[in-house]
Structure formats: C-alpha cells, structure tokens
Write a protein that binds this ligand. Structure first.
Ligand code: SF4
Length: 370
C-alpha cells in the first residue's frame, strides 16, 4: 500500500479501552477490560507494530491515544515498549506522547513510561467542576491530579498537555475562566481547548437539545485572552502552546505528513492513500482489511490544503508543493481568491494564512477548498 519508497516517520497507536463511556465521546473505545480480555489485543498490536515497521523511517513522533492508554498495566506497557524499541528507531529530537486520564495514571506507570522514552503526556481533564463533569458524563475525579503531575515532572517529563472542554450546557464564562486558571496553575506547556459538539450517536446528543452558539464567541475570546497571559498562544483551532511546544505529531497530520496507525480504528496515510483499521476490536483481531479512502491526487491535495488552514501558520507554497506535488494556486487559485475576499484567508507572496475569522469559521473555509 506504500507508494514507491515513501517512508513514514510518525506512528499512532490506538488503545481502545476505557473504564466507562463518557456521554459525549465519539472515539472508538469500549468500556471495561482486564488483563485477560486485553491479551489478544496486546498480541495483535505487537504483530501490527512489527509488520508496520518495514514502512517506517526513524520516527519523529509517536502518539498513543484512545481510549485510555493509562488503563494498560505496567507489564503490558513494557511488552509494547519492547516491540517499539525492537523494530523502530527514534530520531534525535523525537516526540512521544501518551494520553492518560488522571484517575488511572499512577506514579509507577509514569516512571515506566519515562523509562521507555515517553517525553510528553496529555491529560484528559475536560472540566474541573464536578457538576459540569457530571453533565458530560465524565466519570472519576481529579483528586490525584497534583500527585500525578508531580510524578510526571519528577520523572523528567517536561512537556504536559491538558485537555479541556468549553460550551458545556449550563457552563458559565466564570466557570470557564476558573477552569483555565486552574489549568494554568499546573504550568502546562500545551492546552487543548475543545468546544463541546454533540456528535451523532453519542449519549449526550440523545439527551440534550442542540447547543446554543450564542456564548461560543465569548468562550473562544476568553480562552485566547487568558492563556496569552501565560504566553500560551493558539496555533490551531483548538490547540495552544508555549513558544516551541506545539504538538509535533498533530502538526504532521495537519500539514499532509505521513503516519502509520496501529490498533482498531487507527488511520494511516502514506502521502497518497489513506486507510483506516476497522473500528471493532473483534474485526481487527480477525485481520479484517482496513477501509481504504481512495481519492484522485488533485482532490487529496485540496484536502491537505484545507487541513493546513486549521493551523495559524497556514501554508508556504513551497512546502505545499513538496508535500503534495501540486502548485496550490494552480490547484485552487480561484477558491483562495474568493476566501481572501470573504476575509477568511490572507494571501502573501509565498503562501497563505487563515485570518482570525478563517480560524473561527474553518468549516466554511474548508468547504470552499474541497
Ligand atoms: S475517556 Fe476519552 S476515549 Fe474514553 S470514553 Fe471518555 S472521552 Fe471517550
């Protein structure tokens, strides 16, 4: 499936287990698991990591997401770490992120991850207020958060992301302000602030009427304003970082880079073809083939063009040509001019960036390009 000698330098691993299903969650995950039920998953994942390594150059980034990667045991992580280190090289300056929930992460697991080479942890907080956590069906509490963050730092892991959610029904601007202030008190290097969306099929979408967007802009602006006081700035629709602390792995994806996905529901991209493992542990265990997303090269390039405008950096046209083989202006010049007239994109001599309005209304921008 790999095109010519194109080698992939980013690896994604999906851990499809959670303690319970949050009401807003649209990711592929199954509630409840134990070492016994996870045994075939670990074996199959090891096999997939082993065979996938032939497609990869030394890795610039690894991202382990889910689900809840911190639900796996220390022993399971040693096995997976061995598989990674036996079959992949890590380039100097690599980034290795683990997603975790504060209620299942322990100081011992943090120590294990650090020993494997993990250098970035992303903690799912969502909201600090128990009443808001209850509205979105987020189980567990944050009682051990400070202990966990202390362990992260004591083990030399400096890079810390906190995931937060705003636009929760009933949430006030004061509560959002308080959530951001509490998050900043842990000195994160990165914050992801997602607007709650009621994804079709989730429990929350079934129990709540559609969200009122009226307050959305106030939450959006408050986020920029408050995080800037800590020198943490928006660099993508929902992502903010200290200078130099952007998520390398996600930047690869937003800028048309290649990645290999292992585990159920994990997606891969080789620069031309995208394929996604089936979102079913049983089908993935049974080696059912992934779903292929076939697009003509010009449509794939247009999709990558739109994806890059999620980031405030937008595109340098040289970079776009190297990544896709297309000249952006020849490909979508008319649409880009229209977007400039709509105030969504700023064209320069060498590329284009989204305007603040273009970041806010990214869906409209993407629709014009795709
Ligand atoms: S912990 Fe994360 S992946 Fe698991 S159900 Fe909740 S939102 Fe989904």
């Amino acid at each position: 499936m790999i095109i010519d000698n194109c080698l992939i330098s980013s690896l994604y691993i999906h851990v499809p287990y959670c303690r319970a299903k949050c009401d807003y969650c649209a990711f592929y995950s199954v509630p409840g698991s134990c070492i016994e039920t996870r045994r075939p998953y670990i074996a199959r994942l090891t096999e997939e990591l082993t065979s996938g390594a032939t497609q990869c150059a030394p890795l610039e980034s690894i991202f382990v997401g889910g689900g809840t990667p911190s639900l796996l045991s220390i022993d399971e992580w040693h096995k997976l770490g061995d598989a990674i280190h036996s079959h992949y090289q890590l380039s100097s300056g690599y980034e290795w992120t683990m997603e975790a929930n504060p209620e299942s992460l322990t100081p011992e697991l943090v120590e294990c991850w650090a020993s494997l080479g993990v250098n970035r942890i992303s903690l799912g907080i969502q909201a600090f207020q128990p009443e808001l956590r209850s509205i979105i069906g987020r189980r567990g509490d944050l009682d051990r958060l400070r202990e966990i963050i202390t362990a992260i730092r004591q083990n030399g892991i400096r890079r810390l992301n906190l995931d937060l959610i705003f636009n929760i029904p009933g949430q006030t601007l004061a509560q959002w302000h308080d959530t951001l202030m509490q998050a900043l008190s842990y000195a994160p290097t990165h914050i992801s602030a997602y607007a709650l969306t009621l994804e079709e099929g989730t429990r929350l979408a079934k129990k709540l009427p559609p969200l009122d967007d009226e307050d959305f802009l106030a939450f959006w602006n408050e986020t920029d304003k408050l995080l800037a006081t800590a020198n943490i700035h928006r660099y993508e629709i929902s992502n903010f970082s200290l200078p130099g602390e952007q998520c390398k792995h996600n930047n690869v994806i937003w800028h048309g880079g290649t990645y290999l996905g292992c585990g159920p529901a994990a997606a891969s991209f080789d620069g031309s073809l995208r394929w996604t493992n089936l979102p079913s542990i049983d089908q993935w265990l049974a080696h059912q083939p992934p779903e292929k997303d076939l697009l003509p090269p010009d449509e794939r390039a247009a999709e990558i063009l739109a994806l890059g405008f999620r980031t405030l950096a937008g595109w340098e046209w040289n970079e776009f040509t190297v990544v896709t083989g297309f000249d952006a202006l020849a490909l979508r010049g008319t649409a880009l001019k229209k977007l400039e007239n709509m105030g969504l994109v700023r064209l320069t001599d060498h590329g284009a960036t989204p305007t603040p309005k273009g970041v806010l209304f990214n869906d409209n921008l993407a629709m014009e390009l795709i």
